[in-house]
Design a binder for this molecule. Structure first.
Ligand code: COA
Length: 195
């Protein structure tokens, strides 16, 4: 399954091409300055990329080159629909600020609002990560306030992260149609999802 927006394609990471993900994930240049380099070994990362049942990883491909990655992570609680966490990385700092992050988020969001049982798509970002904030807003997510730091894997001050989300009311069904290249409008937030 490929997802598209603008001039980008999101291609699922497979057994054959997973190796490229590992050095980028462990690189402070690729992850920085706002993202944490996880304290994980290459083998466990490879396992996570290929087999984590709740996360789906995609390369961001522009002009035939893998310029970054997107993953979305499924959060589901009892008697509840699905809240998708969205995470984007443009690996080469020189390629940032060219609209890649925004288009990649739009492709992922257009896909996720069509998934059955989606209640929300959410993401968090450091308060001073202006690029991430603009690209989330342009992708259709709205600022909700501070992220509860209880959700973060390591201790950080209370006011570290901003929480963004797109809430679907009612939750998506399998008949929802969204144009991946079109705007995510207020109607998508308030239940007027085109059917
Ligand atoms: C966050 C990220 C995904 C955004 O993708 P991107 O391709 O750089 O963003 P876009 O080009 O779509 O730009 C969004 C806007 O933010 C601006 N922007 C991007 N980086 C910026 C920065 N470091 N400081 C200020 N503005 C920035 C862009 O110029 C653009 O605004 P403009 O059109 O008004 O000029 C990318 O910068 C990245 O991978 N950063 C490192 C990893 C990271 O922090 N991920 C976020 C996890 S929440």
């Amino acid at each position: 399954m490929q997802l598209r927006a603008g001039s980008l394609v999101l291609e699922p990471v497979t057994d054959n091409d997973v190796e490229e993900m590992i050095p980028r994930t462990l690189s402070t240049t690729a992850q920085g300055p706002f993202k944490r380099v996880p304290a994980a070994a290459s083998d466990s990362l490879r396992q996570q990329f290929l087999t984590d049942p709740d996360r789906r990883y995609f390369y961001i491909v522009r002009g035939g080159h893998r310029v970054g990655r997107v993953y979305f992570r499924r959060w589901q609680f009892v008697h509840h629909g699905v809240d998708w966490e969205l995470n984007t990385l443009v690996a080469d700092p020189n390629l940032r600020g060219q609209g890649i992050g925004t288009d990649a988020k739009r492709a992922a969001i257009a896909h996720l609002v069509r998934e059955p049982h989606t209640l929300s798509i959410w993401a968090y970002t450091y308060r001073d990560n202006v690029g991430a904030q603009k690209s989330l807003e342009r992708g259709g997510l709205g600022l909700r306030g501070l992220l509860s730091t209880a959700r973060y894997p390591v201790p950080v001050p209370e006011d570290t992260f901003l929480l963004y989300s797109l809430e679907l009311h009612p939750p998506s069904g399998d008949r929802v149609r969204v144009d991946p290249n079109g705007p995510i409008t207020r109607a998508h937030h308030l239940g007027g999802l085109a059917r």
